[in-house]
Design a protein around this ligand. Structure first.
Ligand SMILES: Cc1cc2nc3c(=O)[nH]c(=O)nc-3n(C[C@H](O)[C@H](O)[C@H](O)COP(=O)(O)OP(=O)(O)OC[C@H]3O[C@@H](n4cnc5c(N)ncnc54)[C@H](O)[C@@H]3O)c2cc1C
Length: 453
């Protein structure tokens, strides 16, 4: 659907950013997002530079009765940030980060990626819990929860959000924190982009400098035994120890012997938040398991935050499924071990992550009661391989369903419908619906894991 020149001209008169329309030179590059499967053509991409631009965009879409999508880092695998015929409120240009080293806070624009926040805060020896791939947008990540290397020690990203500026569906701009609009503040910490467009994020920062990164690999055929060890060992380690178990393809890293590179493996990645001598006792039980490749490397946190970037290239085709599990029983691990070597693409992975259980926090995020989260990542390049890759992933999700909770980590799934969203929020769902009715009764913000009013 085309928007008239007059209407766009009227918006342009009160907009300081760039308005990109079909036919413009930058239209095709601007509408690209992380998942290469998403090829959508919005009516207008409003690349905001200020909060006033975002408010003008929201008002414009409401007045024109046009669908509104919001783009942070563009990493939602369902492509919620780029919608056919919609107005896209694109935050990408609003990527400024400021740090208050004394007050230990970080304030970041809604277009920031984690690399922007990590590098600016890292220069002050500070960090706030962020994502494990540095291109991920802070906005969608934080609003949906936000799990990363610092989560076990300092909580999720949403738990560290202490103040937000929010453009409401009316176009009004408000603050949300422990003193102002406390109900909105509760909802945006884990309830996703349902309640408004967050135009500024202020996070609690923590002193984090040195970390120890360790990686171990075994042939996938031996993977089941090592994955059982992962399940049994890591839940009892201290909050400084964060680990991932994954069936993957061995990457061409310098410490991986050439004959192993490109083969199917069980990988264990461990991050210790602290120096190597403190990490050693926790890493030793893993290194004692005779891995085929291993490395233990001390490094600045900022560097560790970019170490896995090459495993998630932008623009390739992606299909993901995920769910929480309470116990990760042998049966579930056997299903993973059977499917791992058959994943069909070197970019695909079956990840098992020990995420909890952790104490409840009074915000909208739900799921802390679970010990494990699995993440089935299919990623491939050739559209001709769509059926095979999606088929492998959906079959695996079906086989794991009997071991899975009804709720998912919504940041790790595609568009799986309203029942999935309801099941995920469980006991918090009714309160979220009430708040949706209060802040967005017409469901202006609906391209997300939607809580319908
Ligand atoms: C390569 C990769 C690595 C990842 N790693 C992790 C990880 O380590 N841990 C983890 O927890 N998750 C991870 N994720 C998942 C990630 O948290 C979600 O995809 C998240 O939605 C990304 O946020 P975004 O701003 O980049 O995405 P977008 O697609 O821009 O936005 C996601 C959703 O949030 C809404 N939204 C965006 N900005 C705003 C805003 N300013 N105000 C209101 N609503 C907004 C959008 O409309 C959309 O519904 C990863 C994803 C990818 C693709």
């Amino acid at each position: 659907m085309a928007i008239s020149d007059t209407a766009v001209g009227e918006l342009a008169s009160r907009f300081s950013g760039d308005l990109v329309r079909p036919g413009d030179d930058s239209y095709d590059s601007t509408r690209k997002i992380f998942n290469g499967m998403i090829d959508r053509k919005p009516a207008l991409i409003a690349r905001a530079r200020t909060t006033a631009d975002l408010a003008a965009t929201v008002r414009f879409a409401a007045a024109a009765e046009l669908p509104l999508a919001v783009r942070g880092g563009g990493h939602a695998i369902a492509g919620f940030s780029m919608i056919d015929d919609a107005i896209v409120a694109d935050c990408s240009l609003m990527n400024e980060v400021t740090v208050d080293p004394k007050g230990r806070t970080i304030t970041a624009g809604p277009g920031c990626r984690w690399r922007d926040v990590d590098s600016t805060a890292g220069a002050h020896g500070l960090a706030t819990p962020g994502g494990t791939i540095s291109s991920t947008g802070i906005a969608g990540f934080t609003l949906g929860g936000g799990l990363g290397f610092l989560a076990k020690k300092f909580g999720l990203a949403c738990d560290n959000l202490i103040d937000a500026e929010v453009v409401l569906a009316s176009g009004d701009v408000v603050r949300a924190n422990e003193r102002e609009n406390t109900d909105l503040f509760w909802a945006i910490r884990g309830g996703g982009g349902n309640f408004g467009l967050v135009s500024s994020f202020t996070f609690q920062a923590h002193p984090v400098t040195d970390v120890t990164f360790a990686m171990f690999m075994w042939p996938a055929a031996e993977g089941l035994d090592h994955l059982k060890f992962y399940r049994d060992y890591f839940p009892d380690t201290p909050p400084e120890v964060v680990a991932l178990g994954a069936f993957a393809t061995a990457p061409p890293l310098p410490f991986v012997p050439e004959h192993i590179q490109g083969t199917e493996i069980l990988l264990m990645g461990v991050i210790y938040i602290g120096p190597q001598d403190e990490a050693e006792p926790w890493v030793k039980p893993v290194s004692d398991r005779a891995p085929a490749a291993s490395a233990v490397i001390p490094m600045p946190y900022m560097f560790a935050q970019q170490l896995l970037d090459s495993s998630a290239p932008e623009g390739v085709r992606n299909y993901w499924r995920s769910a929480f599990m309470d116990t990760a029983p042998d049966g579930a691990l056997e299903v993973m071990a059977e499917a791992g070597p058959k994943k069909g693409s070197h970019l695909s992975m079956i990840q098992l992550i020990n995420v909890g259980p952790s104490p409840e926090v009074d915000n909208a995020f739900q799921g802390r009661e679970h010990a494990f989260l699995y993440h089935l990542i299919s990623a491939w390049e050739d559209p001709a391989d769509d059926e095979q890759n999606i088929g492998w992933n959906t079959k695996l999700a079906q086989d794991l369903a009997p071991f899975s909770s009804k709720g998912a980590y919504l940041n790790f799934i595609g568009d799986e419908g309203s029942t999935r969203v309801r099941n995920t929020f469980g006991p918090k769902y009714d309160r979220l619906v009430e708040l949706k009715r209060k802040f967005d009764p017409n469901n202006m913000f609906r391209y997300n894991q939607n809580i319908a009013p």
